[in-house]
Design a protein around this ligand. Structure first.
Ligand code: ZN
Ligand code: FE
Length: 254
């Protein structure tokens, strides 16, 4: 059994610290200072680093932490921030402190983006692909490619916890209410998340069942989303890819 806790970094990043006894892994370290402080405070030795994609806010501390701890780094192939010590892709497994995480290829936000999933810990480290109530911007891939990546997450068990890399929840859920104003589960979830933020608590992790109920980027089959898009002239292509693309473009300009 692993303990997973957030380390706040940069303006709104979460670096996830995975601990078993006195050993730890971090996921997507963008900044060394907060990681070193957390390791020291908890008397944890860093045993490994997982990278989901090449962006600097996820990799900026990799070199410094590797030098400091002498640990190995796992990450995707053909990554602008690589090469990493261990290159992993879909079908590969990473043993994190004795727990197996399987790797999923989830291109869209970047082409090198991967995610790490453990069925026994019910944990998904999804970087900037899925956020609570939202998804990453499609910088390098195409919207259909991004939807295909999110489709992989839709199929995970509902109790799976979503350890994403940014606290973007309130802005995402407020946008989601524009897209799906009559979704009562969404309104209740937004209220719960607002209460957490008012207490300066993270809203991450959420779980897949919350995301399936509330996240417009997983809800391309919602009749209300289709109606909202059609009523505002945003639905050029009435297919799952077309609906996803229209919601993504709307969010980009919202
Ligand atoms: Zn990113
Ligand atoms: Fe990021």
């Amino acid at each position: 059994m692993l303990t997973i806790s957030p380390i706040r970094a940069l303006s709104d990043n979460y670096i996830w610290l995975i601990v078993r006894n006195t050993q730890g892994f971090v996921v997507d370290p963008g900044e060394p200072g907060p990681v070193l402080a957390a390791l020291e405070a908890k008397e944890i030795q860093l045993s490994g680093i997982l990278v989901t994609h090449h962006h600097f806010d996820h990799t900026g501390a990799v070199a410094a932490l590797k030098t400091e701890a002498g640990c190995e780094v796992w990450g995707p192939p053909d990554s602008p921030a690589g090469p990493y010590d261990r290159t992993v892709t879909e079908g590969d497994t990473v043993s994190v402190l004795g727990v197996d995480f399987s790797v999923l290829n989830v291109p869209g936000h970047t082409l090198d983006h991967i995610a790490y999933y453990s069925s026994t810990e019910h944990a998904l480290f999804c970087g900037d692909t899925l956020f609570v109530g939202g998804c990453g911007r499609v910088f390098e891939g195409t919207p259909p490619q991004m939807r295909g990546s999110l489709e992989k997450f839709r199929g995970l068990p509902p109790e799976t916890l979503i350890f994403c890399a940014h606290e973007y929840t309130l802005a995402n859920l407020r946008f989601a209410r524009l897209v799906e104003p009559n979704n009562d589960a969404l309104s209740a979830f937004l209220n719960a998340c607002e209460a957490k933020r008012a207490n300066d608590e993270p809203t991450v992790p959420s779980c897949i069942s919350d995301e399936l109920a509330c996240n417009p980027f997983l809800r391309w089959d919602s009749p209300e989303i289709r109606e909202t898009l059609a009523a505002s002239g945003k639905l050029a292509d009435d297919t799952p890819d077309g609906i996803f693309t229209a919601v993504r473009e709307w969010k980009n300009s919202a």
